[in-house]
Structures are given as C-alpha cells and as structure tokens.
Design a protein around this ligand. Sequence first.
Ligand code: FAD
Length: 294
Amino acid sequence: MSWFSGLEAIVRTDVPLRDHTWYRLGGPARWFCQPRDERELARLLARLRDAGIAWRVLGGGANVIIRDEGFSGAVIRLASGAFEAIRFEPEGVVVAGAGADLPRLVRATLDHGLVGLEALAGIPGTVGGAVRMNAGGRYGEIGRFVRLVRVMERDGTLVDRSASEVGFAYRHSQLAGCVILAATLSLRPGDAEAARRRHRAIWMEKYGSQPALAARTSGCVFKNPPGAAAGRLLDQAGLKGTRIGGAEISRRHANFIEAHDDATAADVLHLITLAKERVRAATGIELEPEVEIW
Ligand SMILES: Cc1cc2nc3c(=O)[nH]c(=O)nc-3n(C[C@H](O)[C@H](O)[C@H](O)COP(=O)(O)OP(=O)(O)OC[C@H]3O[C@@H](n4cnc5c(N)ncnc54)[C@H](O)[C@@H]3O)c2cc1C
C-alpha cells in the first residue's frame, strides 16, 4: 500500500515542475499534491509526516529554480477554489486565500475602492508566495498591509499569526516550514482612479527597465545588500550579456537571468555562482540569492 492510498485524487507521481514555474526549467517532483480544502491538506500532511517524506509548498513558481534532477519529495500546491477566494469585509479588511493570484488581488482591491496594493504592480505569483517572501519593491512591500496570516503547522494545527509574529523584513518572513492558508490585509478607502494611474506608472517603469514579462526569469536573482543595489554591482562587474549555455544575464537589467530555449537549470545555477564570484572579487560584497533553489 502506498503512503497516499485513499488520496489518489490529489496526489500524482513524477510531475514535471517546469510546467509550474516561470523559468520553465528543472525536473519532476516525486509527488505532486493538490489538496482541495483544509481537511484534505491536514490529512496529506499527516501522511507525509508518517511516511517521513520532505515537502515544500509551491505558489506561482515565480521565485524558484527547480534543479534539473527535480525534487525527490512532495510538492504541495494550493490551486483549488477553496484556497483562492478573496473576501471583502467592512473597514478595508480583505481576506485573501494563499492560492489567489497576487495581480488579481491587486486589481480586485482597486475595484473595491481600496488603495495601497497598487505598490505591488507587476509582481507575479500567489498571495502565499508574496507573504512568504514579503514581496515588494521601492514603492512598498506586502507585509506593510498584512494584519494576520493563517497557517497550517506541520502537525496540522491551524494558527493565526499576527504581523509582528511573522517578522516581515526585506524579502523575509518567519513562515518557513508551515503552509500559509490566507492573509488578512488592512487597506484604506481612497482615490481608486489615482491608485490605478500609480499602478500603471509603476508597471510601465518596471517593464521599461526589466526584461519583458514573457521572458523566462524569476525576477531579481539577488537581494540588494545593505546600502547598495545588486543590479548596479552586477552591471559594474561587467556581467550584462554574460552567457553560460542557454542562460544569460539580462542586457536590460543585470539582476535578471534569462533562460533561453536551450537552457538548463544547471546553466542558470552556474551563472549565479559566476556572478557572485565576480562581484565578490570586485567589491568584497557577498551577494545573497533572492530566488529559491530547490
Ligand atoms: C517577471 C518577474 C518579476 C518579479 N518582480 C518582483 C518584484 O518586483 N518584487 C518581488 O518581491 N518579487 C518579484 N518577483 C519574484 C516573485 O514574483 C515573488 O517572490 C512572488 O511573491 C513569488 O510568489 P509565488 O507564488 O510565485 O511563490 P513561489 O515562487 O512559488 O514560492 C516562493 C516561496 O514561497 C513559498 N510559498 C509559496 N506559497 C506558499 C504557501 N501557500 N505556504 C507556504 N509557503 C509558500 C515557497 O515554498 C517558496 O519558499 C518577480 C518575479 C518575476 C518572474
């Protein structure tokens, strides 16, 4: 009997993860699990625990590189309607399921006359991924708006964590090791038309200086070190246009690595190592990846 007997409807084996990431690179997940609600998720986590299987949660796959050999554990994805709902409550409170598309949430809040999230224009992925990464940029981060994060712990317990418990910092939260189920955000009513114009302006600014949205990237590869911009350090190290196999450091923005048709995950990883070494040699600064490598 397999560890997932009775859960066959939601567990598949050897599923290519390239189909679920923006890089479209890398190998399969040994198990790919799509629970349909919280009860099923709790059952799944219990089975994984009993079987001693490592697991990870995949959101929209906009910030991960999957190695060519794939992931030998279980990948959990919250892609059913139960995890994607967005609910509006009085006084600017919005409860968004972790599986909801972040750009959809941004548009929905503007449609409801609530402002703030337009600062997140042009950031792909899910609400769960955005909360985990504290996604954002120079105009703001999602953590600023989050009041509560509902999570399922590894043992299946449900917990509401306050923003201070979550410890949001630059591209960081203390949410590793649990499944984010939903976030409660607090927004304010405001001039939605002005916010829409701001949203458009931020979007245009980004995609005027970054690779096209259709390019295969993970956004910025490295975090900005204190007091410096990783993109500028990479540019000053002469890395724009550097290529290994099918992976190339963007000529538009040096903190993006684009995957071309013939790229492998190993090409991207080698280029990350090379870029780190060049910046370290030129400046002594140790760049830290923002992208997660699975
Ligand atoms: C073109 C492009 C532009 C980008 N621009 C920006 C930008 O301006 N600012 C920025 O911050 N990022 C940017 N990114 C990166 C990416 O969009 C963000 O990091 C985003 O928040 C990732 O969300 P995701 O759902 O795709 O998460 P994934 O990439 O799937 O996962 C990222 C992390 O979150 C975890 N995770 C996801 N969902 C859950 C969950 N439900 N429970 C627990 N853990 C979970 C994963 O395990 C992983 O650790 C960009 C990416 C691209 C491709």
